[in-house]
Design a protein around this ligand. Structure first.
Ligand code: PBG
Ligand code: ZN
Length: 326
């Protein structure tokens, strides 16, 4: 008769806690926030419980609540009321939200701000189109992204996070920040960002779905193909070499191999972005009575950390302190 072997360390809560190889802590979480121009009141984001398209005012109240809950790192997405074609972009709405957060919370929060054009362009692409609307052009897009990043850094963002996937933007933004005296601004790159179907609720929240462009109905020409792990690794290494301080993999759960593949290969901390579609999937599973949300949430975060993520960006980050305290 075989006695206990591996089961010996599984037998009670104490020994399981004692021997855990992966531990999660509220300090490693980042909570995404949406601030939308011209809203009468805040609106729930479809599919994401407890996540709202905030007004300038409700944003402050929400961050107060998050601080009380034990979350102090944020990733802000600004959504302007007006779209532009190719030029004359106006960052003022997001800039004002950054200023207001900084004035109100100062050093009590750490504020990263998403840098991208898709919420600003009438066509919904993350960069500018060529004159025929057939391609997303690179160099001109990077120039505009540099301006946007500078505006957010000048407004007081602790970190700027380019999610556009243009080539060379990390180096260009780093150089421009340093040149203007923003050498302390952290640069978090959406480096291994895949052309994923798991961004659905986000695009509703940010009003940023690609809508036009000849043969350009999606972001496949700039985001990484899900079947191209070597492209993802190259993209991450390239952005690290160009000066990214934090390197991100996005989405999270479907790309654990990418996170694991990067772990230990870069000096930079690795962030995993549990995207809106991933979060909605967990919540729908729970709503259908097919999973317990709290357990599924913790298990998914544990998987990201186990693969090697140092930082977890999650729509449910504000629930992490309570969940992890249990
Ligand atoms: C846009 C952007 C996206 C996300 C962050 N920035 C979506 C996209 O590429 O369309 C995804 C966030 C999410 O789904 O949670 N540059
Ligand atoms: Zn974008």
């Amino acid at each position: 008769m075989a006695g206990l072997g591996l089961r010996r360390l599984r037998q009670d809560a104490h020994v399981r806690a004692l021997t855990r190889e992966v531990r999660l802590h509220p300090e490693q979480f980042i909570q995404p926030l949406f601030v939308v121009e011209g809203l009468a009141g805040r609106e729930p984001v479809p599919g994401l419980h407890g996540v709202f398209r905030e007004t300038a005012r409700s944003l402050i109240t929400q961050v107060e609540a998050d601080l009380s809950a034990g979350i102090s790192c944020f990733l802000l997405f600004g959504v302007p009321a007006h779209k532009s074609g190719q030029q004359g972009f106006d960052w003022r709405h997001t800039v004002e939200a950054i200023r207001a957060l900084c004035a109100h919370f100062g050093q009590r929060i750490w504020l990263a701000v998403d840098v991208c054009l898709c919420a600003h362009t009438s066509h919904g692409h993350c960069g500018l189109l060529d004159e025929h609307g057939e391609h997303v052009v690179n160099a001109d897009s990077v120039s505009v992204l540099v301006e946007q990043a500078l505006a957010f850094a000048a407004a007081g963002a602790d970190c700027v996070a380019p999610s556009d996937m243009m080539d060379g933007r990390i180096g260009a933004i780093r150089a421009a920040l340093d040149e203007r005296g923003f050498e302390r601004t952290v640069l978090m790159s959406y480096a291994a960002k895949f052309h994923s179907a798991f961004y659905g609720p986000f695009r509703l929240a940010a009003d940023s779905a690609p809508t036009s462009g000849v043969g350009l109905r999606d972001r496949a020409s700039y985001q990484v193909d899900p079947a191209r792990p070597r492209d993802a690794l190259a993209s991450a290494r390239r952005d690290a070499a160009e000066g990214a301080d934090i390197v991100m993999v996005k989405p999270g759960l479907p790309y654990l191999d990418i996170i694991a593949g990067l772990t230990g290969t870069l000096a930079q901390p690795l962030a995993a972005y549990q995207t809106s579609g991933e979060q909605a999937a967990l919540e729908l599973l729970a709503e259908a009575g097919l999973a317990e949300l709290d357990r599924a949430q913790l298990e998914s975060w544990t998987a990201l950390a186990r693969a090697g993520a140092d930082i977890i960006i999650s729509y449910a980050a504000r629930r992490a302190p309570a969940l992890l305290a249990r």
